[in-house]
Design a protein around this ligand. Sequence first.
Ligand SMILES: NC(=O)C1=CN([C@@H]2O[C@H](COP(=O)(O)OP(=O)(O)OC[C@H]3O[C@@H](n4cnc5c(N)ncnc54)[C@H](O)[C@@H]3O)[C@@H](O)[C@H]2O)[C@@H](O)CC1
Ligand SMILES: [K+]
Length: 550
Amino acid sequence: MALLGRSLVTRVMGNREKGGKMKGVHNSNNNYQSKIAQFVVTAEQMHQIEERVFVAGMPVAALMEKVAGLIARRIEELYPLKGSENQLPITNHQSLNIGILVGPGHNGGDALVVARELHFQGYKVSVYLAFPKLKELTSQHARYARSLTIPFFDQIEPLQDCDIIIDGLFGFGLERPLSDSVADAINKLNSWSKPIISIDIPSGLHTDTGEVLGTAVRATRTLCLGLWKQAFLQDQALEYIGKAELIGFDIPLADIAAVLGATPKIQRVTKANAYANLPLVRPPVTHKYKQGHLLLICGSRRYAGGAILTGLGARGSGVGMLSIAVPASLKPLLVSHLPEALIVDCPETETGAIASLPDGINLDSYSAIACGPGLTTDATPVVQSVLESDRTLVLDADGLNILAQLELSPREAPTILTPHAGEFKRLFPDIAEPTKDRIEAVSLASQQSNAVVLLKGARTAIANPSGSIYIIPESTPALARGGSGDVLTGLLGGLLAQASSPQMPIAEIVATGAWWHAQAGILAAKERTELGVDAFTLTQYLIPVLRGIV
Ligand SMILES: NC(=O)C1=CN([C@@H]2O[C@H](COP(=O)(O)OP(=O)(O)OC[C@H]3O[C@@H](n4cnc5c(N)ncnc54)[C@H](O)[C@@H]3O)[C@@H](O)[C@H]2O)[C@@H](O)CC1
Ligand SMILES: [K+]
């Protein structure tokens, strides 16, 4: 399956020379920020990028000073001292007690620079030094901080009265599970329920998988340094990370490209990426069939609502023509909810499922097919017939449950599978637990099935068989609600039907649909709380999301 066209990143990074040389790109601007927002690195890749910067001449100590300075400014912004704009020293001003956790490596070094800077700004700073042996630069900062009379402790308890904790125990250099004494300190810290800001990554998390290595700091906020680490896109890490933000420090794009490649394997889907793939501008002269004809196959007597929600998701996509195949008895209901759609009434099984598609239906006349929501597993022959078609096909819900019982024979046209974790396990029983390293799991599944696989979750991940992975970096738990997946299926089907040529990058379109769906949830939750985002309401927020980006 040829799924990928020109990559998003190649498109936005077009001003880089081949071979990784910069063409006078000035980093410190919004353009740079929006470019680096797409990248995702493993610990190993971050090491390699950092190494290139050092080899090029940037002194290690200077980079630490720059980065930690940015962290300190951000902390001052988040927790300002009363009257701090007036002066130093501090004596007459109300102060904040800041507890700083310092580990052995450069994450600890960052924390010590932050300690020094906050001390000079008038904060009352105390340090918990978790290890006697420190890396050279970290050790120098510790010596200077002590000379400033900042108190140091080798136990965490004295920090219990602090107002805020800064976690600089470990960054991306954590390589093995924590020792008992550090784990005990972290467990104590977590039990205090104080605001905690983690530097780079909450200490104890694996930088790539987001796995907890024994125990981990539960941060209120994490300031990720330079480039997003993979853990920030792994569901299992999210409850430890708290609010996440990126503190960029001007890593040259050429060094990023030299390590990640011109087309990075993993990309965060940003507003700019999504915008590039939305069919927002139509040709001035067109007609409804030129704007895509989507066939939805969904619903049963038992799950009639699923068909309506899938239809409303497709309506939100703006697709030119929408046909919905349902059991014949559901036709009046569907017509009343989606008067613009052509309802294809199908023969029914005794249980009220679709028994087969109507005789004479020509699947070739559709631009794309989306099949599954509310079908029940009695609709097996229908799923078989769409699998045999040569149309772009989205399979979801019971479409996937039926597929799990069938052999997925190779298809010429693109196939898109959209499982949640439970469906994923049924479809790919020999791939490790999809709740662990979801990025690895979705990538393996895509290669195994030769399909685009979208693994739903707090950070939905989409993989295509050529190895590219797209991750939706923001979402809302408001979407954990019956029917919201049906809306996604309709939306994806509608976007794929509008893809004007078979060369369009299918996985990117799927990623765009998933981003749009998540943004609709976020907007709806903002206006209506997380309780107010039922699936029908969600469909009403699809178009308002576009208002914010056009
Ligand atoms: N990437 C960059 O370009 C920059 C990185 N900086 C900081 O440097 C950090 C990475 O620094 P390091 O590579 O020194 O790594 P860390 O500070 O994460 O820690 C590594 C140190 O901890 C030890 N260690 C690892 N696992 C351990 C365990 N379970 N128990 C006890 N000790 C363990 C290692 O032997 C090593 O000495 C980043 O997270 C960031 O905070 C910034 O200072 C500046 C820029
Ligand atoms: K940390």
